[in-house]
Design a protein around this ligand. Structure first.
Ligand SMILES: [Zn+2]
Ligand SMILES: [Zn+2]
Length: 425
């Protein structure tokens, strides 16, 4: 095991140097020494953990011989069904939905359609989003054994056992802080998979006295500064930290504070935004990483977080907010409110990365997925629900957005963050 420590030291130096430089150097991926290593007894079964690049979202496949478990499925797009098809033998033995946010459960809908799933683990939290409703209807139709995760229980996968460190019941935190957090130990190698757990959940886990030390940490909440407290990272002491985030995501994930904290605790840092899909293979004694994109671990955060794009120079666009139909401050969940966006030009526009936002209150905001808005076509973004006859998107906000402040302005930003249109209700 000692050589791993040596490699780690070398890695730390590499990480530090890579992070100190403004531009990542094209260092080839360092390969473990090919020196004659004492080969362990061959009988140990191989465990593969796939951190699947799903853009902004989480999806982790545990592949252990004939047994597979999927933890989250990313958003509806791009989905993971095609990826899973190469690895899942027959049924998917277990599915874990860490919490009901769409970037975790959206992709599970198609997985439930495509595969027979034997066991489904939920955190017991709910959401008013259509995605959640669709997901739950598939869960209920699957005929699987459905369980609610609770601290102290465990999930079995073949001879593997995933200890549930979080959440506690009854649920107390917000959606992210109710995430299912799992600890997996295989031989000498420990994994900690944290969903979107933030500092509140981390503190609760530390308080419980459960052991969090792990060689491999799936960094909480896409590398957001809302997670990865110093106390937590000190207790985990990860050798490898993997965050899952979309390239150029609008949240600025991973945040610089998180990267700095992970470097300080001595972790090699990998991210799906820069390394693509990351596959860790272990026999329980040592592990190797396979990166889809050969980039050295850790790059300095390049995107400065810009959660509220200033209404900068107006970007010229024929895509405009053409109407806001409001319910006013109607205190009911099923708000019929919507904002209608029309392409008044003669060329199609892909709305991927475009954002619609209530700039009077500063929230909420909706970021469009890939969607082609044809000339003369309109698309609606509903406040809460989606009207199937109309199609469109939804903030899935659960209460009224428009006509509850004076003034109340909707602004539309293009993928470059430039405001292209604004309208008061
Ligand atoms: Zn998330
Ligand atoms: Zn979340």
């Amino acid at each position: 095991m000692k050589w791993r420590r040596v490699i780690l030291l070398v890695w730390v130096l590499l990480v530090l140097s890579a992070c100190a430089r403004p531009v990542p150097t094209p260092t080839p991926e360092p390969t473990p020494p090919s020196a004659p290593t004492p080969t362990p007894p061959p009988s140990t079964q191989e465990l593969k953990v796939h951190f699947i690049d799903v853009g902004q979202g989480d999806s982790i496949l545990i592949d252990f011989g004939d047994n597979e478990m999927l933890i989250d499925g990313g958003d509806k797009s791009p989905g993971v069904v095609a990826y899973l098809a190469d690895y899942v033998d027959g049924a998917l033995e277990a599915m874990v939905a860490t919490h009901p946010h769409t970037d975790h459960i959206g992709g599970l809908i198609a997985v439930l359609d495509a595969f027979e799933v034997e066991e489904i683990w939920l955190n017991g939290d709910t959401s008013t989003s259509k995605t959640f409703k669709d997901f739950m209807s598939r869960v209920n139709a699957e005929g699987a054994s459905v369980y609610e995760a609770e601290r102290g229980n465990s999930i079995a996968l073949g001879v593997l056992s995933f200890l549930i460190l979080h959440p506690v019941k009854p649920l107390v935190g917000d959606t992210n802080n109710n995430s299912i957090v799992l600890k997996l130990s295989y031989g000498n190698i420990d994994f900690l998979l944290t969903g979107d757990a933030e500092k509140e959940a981390e503190a609760s886990i530390l308080e419980s006295g459960l052991t969090v030390q792990a060689d491999i940490l799936k960094v909480g909440h896409h590398g957001s500064r809302s997670s990865s407290s110093t106390q937590f990272l000190d207790a985990v002491e990860p050798e490898v930290a993997i965050y899952m985030a979309g390239e150029g995501n609008r949240y600025g994930h991973p945040h610089e504070e998180t990267i700095t904290a992970l470097i300080e605790v001595g972790a090699e840092i990998y991210g799906t935004d820069i390394h693509g899909t990351i596959v860790l293979t272990t026999d329980g004694k040592a592990y190797t990483l396979h990166l889809e994109k050969q980039v050295p671990p850790c790059t300095p955060p390049v995107i400065s977080p810009a959660p509220t794009p200033a209404p900068t120079a107006l970007g010229a666009s024929n895509v405009q907010i053409t109407s806001i139909f409001y319910d006013g401050a109607v205190p009911r969940v099923e708000s019929d409110e919507y904002v209608e966006i029309t392409n008044l030009g003669t060329e199609s526009q892909d709305l991927a990365g475009w954002m619609l936002k209530d700039i009077s209150e500063g929230y909420p905001s909706f970021t469009f997925p890939h969607y082609i808005l044809k000339p003369d076509a309109a698309i609606r973004v509903y406040t809460n629900e989606i009207h199937p006859e109309w199609g469109g998107f939804s903030f899935a906000y659960g209460k009224a957005i428009w006509n509850n402040t004076e003034p109340d302005i909707a602004a539309l930003y293009n993928a470059q963050g430039q405001e292209v249109s604004r309208k008061s209700y």
